[in-house]
Write a protein that binds this ligand. Sequence first.
Ligand code: OGA
Ligand code: MN
Length: 336
Amino acid sequence: MPGLIQESPFKTITVQELHPTFAAEVSGVNFQDVSEEQFKEIIAAMAKYGVCVFRNTGLDDEAHVKFSERLGELDNIKRYLGAGRKARYDLYELFDAGNIDSETGGVLDPNSARAHSNRGNGLFHADSTFNPRRASFSLLRACELPPPGNGGNTDFADSRTAFDELPQELKEELLANDYVGAHSMAHSRKLGSPEFFADVDPTTGPMQRHRIAQVHEPSGRMNLYIGAHLHHIEDADGNEIPNSWELVEKLNKHATQRKYTTTVQWDRPSDMIIWDNRCVLHRAGGGVFEGKYRRDLRRTTVHDDSPTAWGLNSKDQVWKGFNAQAAPKHAGAVGV
Ligand code: OGA
Ligand code: MN
């Protein structure tokens, strides 16, 4: 008997699943002119898969930003500037996720302050969890890649399925207590490079609060909103719970087990990955290219406009960057 042919819900795109529970490679998109019908299908694919990989998009900086704007209001790097930092690109909407030294144009020295900052990117995280208003989509595009076989992949973890498969007792504990996560960029920097950031005390800097267990609006599924920026966990009254750090580690470890992760290899410049920070975690895979080969990746980040976008944070809060408050000499990358 021939196998069942599953009808795809998509008419204008083709979807190849990359993992049993999430992530897909999407083909058939003409990025020079994405029709409204096709755009809606991309949004639908994002809701279902959380990560969509688009090969050889042909996008340049400007077209990348323009396309991203269709997904919502974009974050920009202006608050990270100053203290001697200059934007690498003309477009403030582009975040630098690569390893190019903005002073010399060469490969970033792995011992430089920015390289130490970037190490936090190697830990599973969601972008902007440390911001009062969190991010929905990140769109990361390759401009220049190391030769194949030298690393530089990006890994993803399915935090919705991780929620579904939590031990029942823990799931009930999270739901019954309405736990809140306090997130800090300084914290993940420190986790990524503990010695270099030994002097940094995340508790003296800004923390932003978002619920740990929450609905991912586009899919209606529950999600674990955690990752490397998660510094501690509070109860509904705002008190840090006993054994908070143990639970932070337990949740992060649970959600990033191998069975929940997949690796995406960048094949060529203009490949682009879109992920939804409200339902997946990601990390830079690292590799022998570091300090040796150029890896120029640029990202746009879309402000979340779902009902939980601001978490428990005030909407009129002025967010002061890590650079401004903690350790100017350890100026961070504009990439996390
Ligand atoms: C990012 C990020 C991972 C990578 O751009 O937000 O975490 O592989 N990038 O560069
Ligand atoms: Mn990131």
